[in-house]
Design a protein around this ligand. Structure first.
Ligand SMILES: [Fe+2]
Ligand SMILES: [Fe+2]
Length: 176
């Protein structure tokens, strides 16, 4: 029997991200984008038996250290450093190996196209599937997984709500 999905996101972590995020909370790289990346990542995890803990954490961390909404090529590197500076919060959720995967996924999410690691592939595709929000067409050359190349799957994904399985404390930080 399929067990109900349990989010690993904590209010402690979201609070820090919310306090430190330098851009508009509802802007193109803000919370609503992160929740779509989360939805996309979790859907890919379902299909690929991926690591949903890594996908969820990637969604709220990968763009949290952006300094502007332009290229800001160092924002992935800053997000990766943020993971190392969260005073044990992430260490209590992920194993050391999972932390390395998450850090890599964050650090290189805009500077590399492809990975051999399926959990990194899921993170990067989950982010790229949301490029439509800024009017960009998704070029399949930059997509890693066969699921994210499947137009029917992607079309259905877009109609899924972004608050599925979201912990209740999120209502303190967003209005959906
Ligand atoms: Fe990014
Ligand atoms: Fe992003």
């Amino acid at each position: 029997m399929k067990t109900a999905f349990k989010s690993i996101l904590t209010e402690e972590l979201l609070k820090i991200i919310h306090n430190e995020f330098a851009l508009e909370w509802y802007g193109c790289h803000g919370i609503l984008h992160w929740l779509r990346v989360r939805r996309n990542g979790l859907a890919l995890c379902e299909k690929m038996n991926g690591n949903s803990k890594i996908a969820e954490l990637f969604s709220v961390i990968h763009d949290c250290k952006r300094m502007d909404n332009g290229e800001d090529i160092l924002h992935g590197k800053r997000a990766s450093s943020f993971i190392g500076n969260t005073s044990g919060m992430i260490d209590s959720i992920l194993s050391p190996n999972e932390i390395q995967i998450l850090k890599y996924a964050c650090e290189y999410h805009t500077t590399e196209d492809k990975s051999d690691n399926p959990d990194i592939q899921i993170c990067w595709d989950a982010d790229r599937l949301d490029l439509g929000r800024v009017g960009k067409k998704i070029d399949k050359i930059y997509i890693n997984t066969s699921w994210a190349k499947d137009e029917l799957f992607v079309e259905k994904l877009k109609s899924r709500p972004i608050n599925n399985g979201l912990p209740s404390f999120f209502t303190n930080y967003i209005e959906l």
